[in-house]
Design a protein around this ligand. Structure first.
Ligand code: TRP
Ligand code: ZN
Length: 906
């Protein structure tokens, strides 16, 4: 069916593995240069439900970068007659129906720069097995539907590796001769190999005893480098809160006596949910007020929650194959989003709680629009359950994670909290201990949905399921008319979603989506109008759009309304409605739905920026913003009835990515200039009010990362940034003061970011240099230092190359590479899109350099060019030629090749 050289894997080609491997016994001689691994598998030829034995007796195992020492089957040594060894597989021929297979091999942790498999970071050893890293440790059936019980023995140097950890329970530990020691671990829960982990090193450990809801004792531990134990308190508090939250909201308890988290300095992603032994990027564990910002604190809580919640959604119930990745990721992101929202709303009265939850919703929607919407319209577009991939590492995407979470959220909206919980309970009742598919999840929800609507077969999730198979962001066009005589309001919604990405090549006939749209109507004074719907009178109704076009009529509407559409962002779609600026201003001033209110402000601001950007491109100068907009902006700034965090979000300008998406062709340079002009003009027009906001929102006293004070800091620092842009009110002095006297990293960083943009202030450049001196021993702070410069409007390619030559820079550490290179290529439009094309050449140079070290990271950087074909022609040509340069490079990794070839095949 598919051609020979094509390495594409298709979802439809899934076959069960022909063997079961109920137990795995692993033994490690840990050594950074060369680690010896003995792996004993209990292997049984599979018998299916119909009693049929699997057709093949050959056991095909995956393995990469391993050296084979020996193979035994049932105690008998195997010779090359009994097996076939290739680059990527080891096939044991003609096994008996039941066999004990022992394979001894070695791997080279110190040589492993990919950070997948067993690798060295600092003086310690870590593993990363998801998605396909276990095959870099030993030969195995490296796929998530092969689940086994693991017994692990670790042997290593007592001094180098006083801590030797693996999944589950520690069953034995002893000293051996020659300075070695050994520890034995047993994980009682069957798991796929991607959840295996081991860690060896010399760590500090924070411990906390807790009790689960049913009264069992559990030991929580957080391991990190010696000298950093003071930075793990927040992570431990977050972990404890995660345990409690999953018990309260989902009735899910920790199932182990011991739960460990280890911080690693070198890590490809955020963190990893290995059973009982989560391994984290240090950036999502370590925090104290002096080194971490409010955003860091929030991210740590979210990621700790995310990995912990995987224990049920991912580990107890796992994925049948990697096409089902969103089964665990979309669901777990939804759960961590709700966790954060509940934490933000904790202890507040109802109306404030709603606005606190809206803040979290706004943050998540911003993230979705910045990363997922562009993805869904570009060369890598794919449904949340992809149909094919070349390299699974490339499919840990915003679509699988964030849009996946939106799809789960829509089910939550359709079923309500209670119905959704019933569906979750049913999901665990059916599938605990299994490797399942997205369909299995939806059918558990479907069961709960049907129970809510007995005797109404029309209500089901059949249409809804299309969210799993169709890509793209649907556009929902809304038309409304009001008849003053009948006092009826008539609403029509029409959806469309053009083929995107691979859909264009497959001629896929796309069908309508099931879209829940929450709406309200406002009268001319901004009051929410009562709506009669399904026999009830409510302020917000959920309209379910299931067909291409549908209409609704509301009776007894007093006067011509302004619609408030897609409240709470109830679906991942783009709403098209022809609002006047005055209607948007009304929504911004009055909509009682805090999300929709924010949205109206963003729409107003977008219109201004796009207008200025076009003027800049045509005349070389940005025009001025409308007085009406300035007035609306100023009133939000001054509205003390709104919490500071919400005001900071409402006053922030829409991101480059959202603005670019509204332009055809895209013109990032024009948008960057327009944004700067907006800040200057708003800063000048509202200088007085901004200074007042600055002063009103200082947070004296001990630091707290709670939403209250962090919201104040966000508003205060936003005010400072506008004042600085406008050079108003001695803003530079104020920034320097804040920099020198800050008592927390949030304020210090905000000041540093501003100072890094000053071209002719010696004080400012001294501050930037001084910052490095002061924090050089804190890697996470130095990442921030690189990032602040990487994103400065002053920073050109030349400057970035200069920073790369700094002794503190290295491409080998992903956090460092992200801080400088990714930040420049993704978040510095003036530098990256410089008209001479130097940014694109730089991009290709770095993709190629990274590709030699760490293909997963290189492939992520490669995606910075996703939108090349939609850019203005001058940019697009230059981008294309650099993409071609990377694509034709000899020896490029499969990871990077998949990205650049998809980009070019557009
Ligand atoms: N499962 C991890 C999470 O979402 C993701 C992850 C961590 C990962 N490390 C990885 C995925 C390396 C691919 C490769 O929490
Ligand atoms: Zn995850």
């Amino acid at each position: 069916m598919h051609n020979e050289t094509d390495t594409t894997i298709h979802r439809q080609d899934y076959q069960p593995y022909p063997f079961r491997i109920p137990t795995v016994r692993l033994s490690f001689e840990l050594n950074a240069d060369q680690t010896w691994v003995s792996c004993t598998l209990e292997v049984q030829r599979r018998v299916d439900e119909l009693g049929e034995t699997a057709a093949t007796a050959d056991l095909v195992l995956d393995g990469e970068e391993l050296s084979l020492i020996s193979i035994h089957v049932n105690g008998l040594v195997q010779t090359s007659k009994n097996y076939v060894l290739t680059d990527r597989t080891l096939t044991l021929l003609n096994l008996p129906d039941e066999a004990e297979v022992t394979i001894v091999s070695t791997c080279r942790p110190i040589k492993n720069t990919t950070l997948s498999g067993l690798y060295v970071s600092g003086e310690s050893m870590f593993t990363q097995c998801e998605a396909q890293g276990f095959r870099r440790i030993c030969w195995f059936a490296d796929r998530p539907d092969v689940m086994s019980e693991y017994w692990v023995t670790l042997r290593g140097d007592r001094k180098l590796y006083p801590n030797m950890l693996s999944n589950g329970n520690l069953i034995h530990q002893q000293d051996l001769s020659e300075g070695l020691h050994e520890s034995q671990w047993h994980d009682p829960f069957a798991k796929p190999c991607y959840l295996f982990a081991l860690v060896a090193g010399n760590f500090a450990c924070r411990e906390h005893m807790t009790k689960t809801a049913s009264g069992r004792d559990a030991l929580l531990q957080i391991y990190s480098d010696q000298g950093t134990i003071n930075q793990t308190a927040w992570a431990m508090e977050s972990l404890e809160r995660s345990l409690r939250w999953d018990e309260d909201r989902f009735g899910l308890e920790l199932d182990l006596d011991r739960f460990m988290i280890v911080a690693a300095r070198d890590f490809n992603m955020g963190a990893m949910e290995n059973k009982g032994l989560n391994i984290f990027n240090a950036a999502y564990v370590l925090a104290d007020p002096n080194t971490a910002t409010d955003a860091n604190y929030q991210a740590i809580e979210a990621v700790i929650g995310h990995e912990y919640f995987h224990n049920w959604t991912g580990n107890r119930v796992t994925c049948r194959d990697w096409f089902q990745l969103s089964l665990k990721e979309g669901l777990t992101v939804f759960r961590d989003q709700e966790f954060t929202a509940d934490m933000m709303a904790h202890g507040l009265p109802a109306n404030e709680a709603a606005s606190a939850r809206a803040n979290k919703r706004i943050d998540d929607v911003i993230a979705l629009r910045n990363a997922q919407f562009p993805e869904d319209s570009g060369p890598m577009a794919h449904p949340i359950r992809p149909e094919s991939y070349q390299e699974i590492g490339n499919f840990y995407t915003a679509t699988v994670y964030e849009k996946g979470a939106e799809v789960i959220r829509m089910m939550h909206t359709l079923l309500g909290e209670k119905g959704f919980r019933a569906g979750m309970d049913e999901y665990f009742r059916r599938h605990d201990g299994q490797a399942v598919t997205c369909d299995d999840f939806v059918s558990a929800m479907q069961w709960a949905y049907e129970r809510q609507h007995p005797g109404n077969p029309e209500i089901n999730l059949e249409v809804f399921k299309r969210w799993y198979s169709q890509a793209g962001t649907p556009r929902v066009h809304v038309m409304m008319d009001y008849n003053a005589n009948t006092r009826q309001c008539h609403l029509t919604m029409t959806q469309r979603c053009a083929p995107v990405g691979v859909e264009k090549q497959t001629n896929l006939q796309k069908l309508p989506f099931h879209i829940p749209v929450l709406i309200g109507l406002l009268d001319a004074n901004g009051k929410n109008m009562p709506l009669k719907h399904n026999g009830q009178t409510v302020g917000t109704v959920m309209l379910e759009l299931l067909q291409e076009s549908q209409s609704w009529t509301f009776d007894d509407i007093e006067s011509a309304p302004t619609p408030s559409l897609l409240r709470d962002f109830s679906a991942p779609v783009i709403i098209e409605y022809d609002y006047t600026d005055a209607q948007l201003a009304l929504l911004l001033a009055h909509d009682r739905n805090a999300f929709a209110r924010w949205e109206a402000g963003q729409e107003l601001a977008s219109r201004q920026i796009i207008r200025l950007a076009k003027a800049w491109r045509e005349t070389g100068r940005c025009s001025s913003i409308d007085a009406v907009f300035i007035q609306a902006w100023k009133s939000i700034l001054q509205d003390a009835s709104l919490d500071a965090g919400y005001r900071a979000r409402a006053l922030a300008l829409p991101s480059d990515k959202t603005l670019e998406a509204r332009m055809s062709p895209m013109d990032p340079l024009a948008i960057a200039h327009a944004r700067q002009a907006m800040r200057i003009q708003l800063g000048q027009a509202c200088a007085h009010e901004l200074l007042a906001a600055y002063k009103d929102n200082v947070t004296p006293g001990a630091y707290s990362p709670a939403p209250g004070p962090s919201g104040k800091r966000a508003l205060k620092n936003l005010a400072l940034a506008y004042l600085l842009a406008a050079q108003k009110q001695d803003a530079l002095l104020l920034t320097l003061m804040q920099f020198n006297h800050a008592t927390n990293m949030t304020d210090r960083m905000a000041a540093l970011a501003g100072l890094a943009q000053q071209s002719d202030s010696e004080d400012a450049s001294e501050a930037v240099v001084g910052f490095f001196e002061q924090w050089q021993h804190e890697p996470l702070v130095i990442d921030k230092w690189f990032a602040a410069q990487a994103t400065s409007v002053l920073t050109t390619v030349e400057r970035v190359r200069g920073l790369m030559a700094h002794p503190a820079f290295t491409l080998r550490n992903p956090n460092r590479a992200r801080a400088l290179i990714f930040q420049f290529c993704i978040n510095n439009p003036t530098g990256f899109h410089a008209e001479d094309g130097s940014g694109y050449i730089f991009w290709a140079d770095q993709v190629l350099a990274l590709d030699e070290i760490n293909p997963e990271i290189a492939a992520r950087l490669a995606r910075a060019m996703d939108q090349w074909s939609r850019m203005i022609p001058t940019a697009s040509k230059l981008m294309q030629s650099q993409l071609q340069r990377v694509a034709s490079h000899q020896g490029i990794s499969r990871n990077t090749l998949e990205i650049v070839s998809k980009a070019l095949s557009l």
